[in-house]
Each structure stands twice: as structure tokens, then as C-alpha cells.
Design a protein around this ligand. Structure first.
Ligand SMILES: Cc1cc2nc3c(=O)[nH]c(=O)nc-3n(C[C@H](O)[C@H](O)[C@H](O)COP(=O)(O)OP(=O)(O)OC[C@H]3O[C@@H](n4cnc5c(N)ncnc54)[C@H](O)[C@@H]3O)c2cc1C
Length: 431
């Protein structure tokens, strides 16, 4: 059977359709984008009895939220020592606490809304590609235990067989707090939950222009869409890596980076157990990293930044073979396993590789998850909604500077990406 260029997760769920009716004339809050950020925000707003409309250009959950690896991860993309030297101990303590709270937030929503998405606190395993990376784990684990009172477990190479059926790594680091889920089922469940709470969800509705408008002395926003226009008191930009020309100020701060995934056929039970005895979410220690896991029906799902560009038919096709080679280098046992699916999606990176949330031109936004968005996106979406509803407490990602692109490196223009790709490959070679 030829490889299907299709998101495997979408085989496991049917995504709910949006509302067929015209847009309302006005709402309290308009949310642009229906991924985990937008839908978790809409759910909270609707539960607070606010009138909220979610505007999605494609189908609900179409962006990164339905295509990802389903890893619900603690921590941030950048290592803790880097974070502390950049932002100081106290700020990083709050960031780390938010990252842990975000896993609880996902778990709580899944339980409260009875979302059937195979959520499991299976933990994550980071594997060291070099001895120097493993040596660094010890310092990192001690620092995280001391600063955040959060335990991580070192796994020396001699014990790695209990965690992963691969010989190529120098050791590992386990965090039992992380979780795994089926992302398409999760985002479909979030959409259903938001709708049950009273949110109005509109698919195939692209926001094309947003302008402030004075209505009876109150500043509101006029949003013109591919399906008519509406007026909103507040706007939440939850368009992630797919942020486009409708909000140029936000777009220029985001680097869209392609990430690709293959999925094998269903594997025999014994082989699956050998590859991942504890069914962890696994990623390696490189900058240009591989991430992989078993699916609930025992496929190996293997992802990486095979091509650096956002997905097109070409990059998806090329990625299948690159990733298969990568998978076999980790697991030679999978040499004869059939690859059945390949797909891609786009990650949202800020220039400082940090999540950012706040207000821009009067609109609220939350972006920059750098491949760690399932948990923190859900959490920050809910937090923004809480802020609109008058709940106090600023997010630690609100107060840090949100950098503009370095001179000459404008994002949204893919010509910048090969340089970024080459830079990451160079870092892997030297560090
Ligand atoms: C291949 C891949 C693997 C990943 N693996 C993981 C993982 O294992 N764990 C993890 O934590 N994170 C992972 N991520 C990252 C994670 O998926 C994202 O950070 C997260 O889903 C972002 O959610 P979001 O709601 O902010 O944006 P998205 O889910 O991308 O949603 C944005 C939506 O906005 C819509 N939109 C954009 N512009 C407009 C407009 N003008 N009008 C209307 N709608 C618009 C888009 O159509 C899109 O549906 C991965 C990402 C990819 C691509």
C-alpha cells in the first residue's frame, strides 16, 4: 500500500462541523483560530456566559493542534539554565510552575468534559545523543529539583533498555509528570465542550481584516471575514504559526517552521513493548530533534523537522523517506515496518524561542510555543479568557519582552528558513 499523505490522527475521529448560520452582528469576544489556544479560551468565556464567536479559516482544529505528536510536556523549549540567566530565578520559577499547571489544566479539562482522547500520564523520556548531553542532564535535574521542587530521574545507559529499545543513546532523563493524548480527538473534544458551553464556532470563516471602531463611545473591533462581518468588544488572536496578513504586527514576530510526522502500520504487541516498554513520549537531545511515541493502537509515530519549510505537498513527500531513515537509525527493528501515513504541520517560534501572551493593538494574543503547545496553549488560552472575565494574575509570559525579527530576517518569508535550519544543524554538530 503506498504511503498516504494524510494526518493519521484524523482517521480516529470526526471533527465537528461549525455552525451553518450567518455570523452574529456583535459578540463580546471574537477568537481568531480554533486550535487548543482559541478553543480553550472560548470554552472558559462561554462558561462565564460571555457571547463568544470562534472564527476558523479552515475546519475546526485544522492547524497544528490536530496534527501534532500529542505530547503533553512539562518545561519549556529552552533549557532551564538559559532561562534563569535570561529572566532570573523568580520569573523562571513562575514559568515552570505554569508549565506544570498546564498539564493539570489539560487533565482537568479532559476529565471534566469527558474527552475520549487517550490522555495518559505516561511521562516523557529525553534521550541523550552525546555523552556531553547526558552529563548535562545531572546538572539540569539537580537545578530543577532545587528551584522548582520537581523531580526528574536520570537513566544511565546501562538501564536504558527498561525505557527504550534502542542502542544509540548515551542515557536518558525521565519526567513522570508529562502525558500523552490523541491530539485530533482532544481538539475535537475541546470544540464540542466550547460549543456545549455556548460558544459559537464558525469554520470556513477567514478573518480578513480587523479594525478598531468606535461604537457609542466604546472602542470595539470590526472583523471582516470571508463570510460577513461582526463587531467584538475583545479579540483573541489564536492563529499560531498560521498567523497571516490580517494581523501583520503579530505575524512579523513569528517564525513558521515545518515539522513532519510518519506513522507505521500497527506493530505486533511484543515489538511495540520492546521499542517503548513504558509507552513514554520520547524526544532526543538535538536541536534538530526527533520526537516519537507509540499510538494507542500501537503504531510508531515518528516526527522531526525533516524539511525546515512549512508543509507543502513536496516537503511532506520528501519528509517521509528522511524520517523513515531517521526512525531506522533509532530502531533498526523497524527496517521492514510499513510506513502508512505522512503529514506535516507548522510550528510557531518566536525569535527568543519563548511563549508570549499579552495585548497588541488592543487585541489579546498567545503564541510562540515552539513545539510545546498542547499543554501551554490550552493553559494560556484559558488564562487569557480568565483575564477577560476579570480574574487577576498576570501570566509569566506576559511580562517578558516579545522581540522583533533581527534586522533583515523578516518572518513570514520562507527565505529566512534555510539559514535557521543550517544554524540548528551546525549547533548539533558542535554541541
Ligand atoms: C507536526 C507537529 C508536531 C507537534 N508536536 C507537538 C507535541 O507533541 N507536543 C506539543 O506540545 N506541541 C506539539 N506541536 C506544537 C503544537 O501543536 C502547537 O504549539 C499548538 O497546537 C498550537 O495551537 P494553537 O491553537 O495556538 O494554533 P493552531 O492549532 O495552529 O491553530 C491556529 C488556527 O488558526 C487558524 N487561522 C489562522 N489565521 C486565521 C484567520 N485569519 N482567520 C481564521 N482562522 C485563522 C488556522 O487555520 C488554524 O487552524 C507540534 C506541532 C506540529 C506542527
Amino acid at each position: 500500500m503506498p504511503i498516504r499523505e494524510k494526518n493519521y490522527w484524523l482517521e480516529t475521529v470526526s471533527i465537528p462541523a461549525g455552525l451553518p448560520q450567518p455570523l452574529p452582528e456583535s459578540v463580546d469576544v471574537a477568537v481568531i483560530g480554533s486550535g487548543v489556544t482559541g478553543l480553550s479560551a472560548a470554552r472558559v468565556l462561554a462558561k462565564h456566559k460571555l457571547k463568544v464567536a470562534v472564527l476558523e479559516a479552515e475546519t475546526l482544529g485544522w492547524g497544528a493542534s490536530s496534527r501534532n505528536g500529542g505530547m503533553v510536556l512539562t518545561g519549556m523549549k529552552l533549557p532551564v539554565p538559559t532561562l534563569i540567566s535570561r529572566y532570573g530565578r523568580e520569573a523562571v520559577q513562575r514559568m515552570y510552575a505554569a508549565s506544570l499547571a498546564s498539564i493539570d489544566c489539560v487533565e482537568q479539562i479532559v476529565n471534566e468534559e469527558k474527552i475520549d482522547c487517550n490522555f495518559s500520564r505516561c511521562g516523557h523520556l529525553e534521550v541523550a545523543c552525546k555523552q556531553a548531553h547526558f552529563d548535562g542532564y545531572e546538572e539540569s535535574a539537580a537545578l530543577i529539583a532545587r528551584e522548582f521542587n520537581h523531580p526528574l530521574r536520570m537513566v544511565p545507559k546501562s538501564e536504558l533498555r527498561g525505557e527504550i529499545g534502542s542502542e544509540i543513546y548515551y542515557g536518558g532523563l525521565v519526567d513522570e509528570a508529562s502525558a500523552g493524548l490523541n491530539p485530533a480527538r482532544y481538539v475535537a473534544g475541546l470544540a464540542a465542550a466550547a460549543e456545549r458551553a455556548g460558544a459559537l464556532l464558525f469554520d470556513h470563516t477567514r478573518a480578513e481584516d480587523v479594525q478598531p471602531e468606535n461604537t457609542n463611545g466604546t472602542r470595539k473591533f470590526r472583523i471582516r471575514t470571508s463570510r460577513g462581518s461582526l463587531l467584538a468588544r475583545e479579540v483573541i488572536l489564536a492563529s499560531g504559526a498560521y498567523t497571516g496578513s490580517v494581523t501583520p504586527a503579530l505575524r512579523k514576530k513569528i517564525i513558521p517552521i515545518g515539522s513532519y510526522i510518519i506513522s507505521t502500520e500497527v506493530l505486533p504487541e511484543e515489538l511495540a513493548r520492546e521499542l517503548s516498554p513504558k509507552n513514554r513520549m520520547i524526544y532526543d537531545s538535538k536541536h534538530f530533534l526527533y520526537y516519537y511515541r507509540l499510538t494507542p493502537d500501537r503504531r510508531m509515530l515518528f516526527g522531526g523537522r525533516a524539511a525546515f519549510f512549512p508543509e507543502t505537498e513536496n516537503t511532506v513527500r520528501q519528509s517521509a523517506e528522511i524520517l523513515r531513515q531517521g526512525m531506522i537509525s533509532v530502531y533498526p527493528q523497524l527496517r521492514d515496518a510499513r510506513v502508512e501515513f505522512v503529514w506535516g504541520g507548522t510550528l510557531d517560534f518566536a525569535f527568543d524561542v519563548m511563549p508570549h501572551t499579552g495585548k497588541m493593538e488592543g487585541m489579546r494574543y498567545s503564541v510562540g510555543y515552539a513545539g510545546h503547545g498542547v499543554a501551554i496553549g490550552t493553559y494560556l488560552g484559558s488564562t487569557i479568557a480568565g483575564a477577560i472575565c476579570g480574574e487577576s494574575g498576570a501570566s509569566p509570559f506576559e511580562t517578558i519582552p516579545f522581540p522583533n525579527p533581527p534586522l533583515g530576517l523578516r518572518s513570514g518569508h520562507t527565505w529566512a528558513l534555510p539559514f535557521a535550519g543550517a544554524y540548528y544543524k551546525f549547533l548539533d554538530w558542535v554541541s
